[in-house]
Design a protein around this ligand. Structure first.
Ligand code: URA
Length: 219
């Protein structure tokens, strides 16, 4: 069966996301959704990992090959770097962070998700944030930040400052955009910027009363 036109798929995503009243229901709705063409080439739907409803929610870009095989976000090389970055400020998937993506299916060949693909998944991602009620939102990479903040500003301008995610119900949550770990693997010189951003996020965790022990630099 042909996939629905983008406008129809978006309307379907909006209705399905709005109807979900728990993260579990939302994930079931994402699994059942056939409006994103990426689903036809992906092996699995990758919704999240970590603790659903944790105080910190991180949104990445899209599953890659390893994530598509395992059904979990950020488990390949960039995921391992991400875990070290988060660990350095006391965040880990076992206790205080939930990790999701801006699209739920692997784009073929690990290309970046298209604007339509991001837009079609956006209602689910926004609802994921809303139902998770995080105290702090982190974006890994420009696509996730741009899609959720509705901006075209590049990641190099968005990083390093406190941002504000606003839900459909008007609730505002502090947010930070981080350079994507895959970018850091390709551009190790940029790790100094990422480390400065992590220290800024650690300050915010303290201000929110969410600080736990971090370790040393994740390099
Ligand atoms: N990159 C992402 O943005 N998300 C993943 O899940 C894996 C790699």
């Amino acid at each position: 069966m042909a996939p629905p036109r983008p406008a129809d798929a978006l309307a379907q995503a909006q209705a399905a996301a709005a109807a979900a009243t728990s993260i579990e229901q939302l994930c079931a709705a994402i699994q059942a959704f056939d409006g994103c063409a990426l689903k036809r080439t992906a092996r699995q739907t990758v919704t999240h990992d970590g603790v659903p409803g944790a105080p910190v929610l991180l949104v990445g870009e899209a599953p890659g090959r390893e994530e598509d095989e395992a059904g979990k976000p950020f488990i390949g090389r960039s995921g391992q770097l991400l875990d070290r970055m988060l660990g350095s400020i006391g965040l880990n998937r076992a206790s205080n962070i939930c990790i999701t993506n801006a699209v739920y299916w692997r784009p073929p060949g690990n290309r970046p998700p298209s604007r339509d693909e991001l837009a079609i998944c956006a209602p689910f991602v926004a609802r994921f944030v809303e139902l998770s009620q995080p105290r702090l939102v982190l974006f890994a990479g420009g696509s996730a930040a741009q899609s959720l903040l509705g901006t075209s500003t590049g990641i190099l301008k968005l990083r390093g400052q406190k941002l504000d995610w606003q839900g459909p119900d008007g609730r505002r949550v502090p947010a930070f955009a981080l350079l994507h770990p895959a970018y850091l693997l390709r551009n190790p010189a940029a790790k100094a910027l990422a480390w400065a951003d992590l220290l800024r996020i650690q300050d915010e965790l303290s201000a929110l009363g969410l600080a736990t022990d971090g370790q040393s630099s994740p390099a």
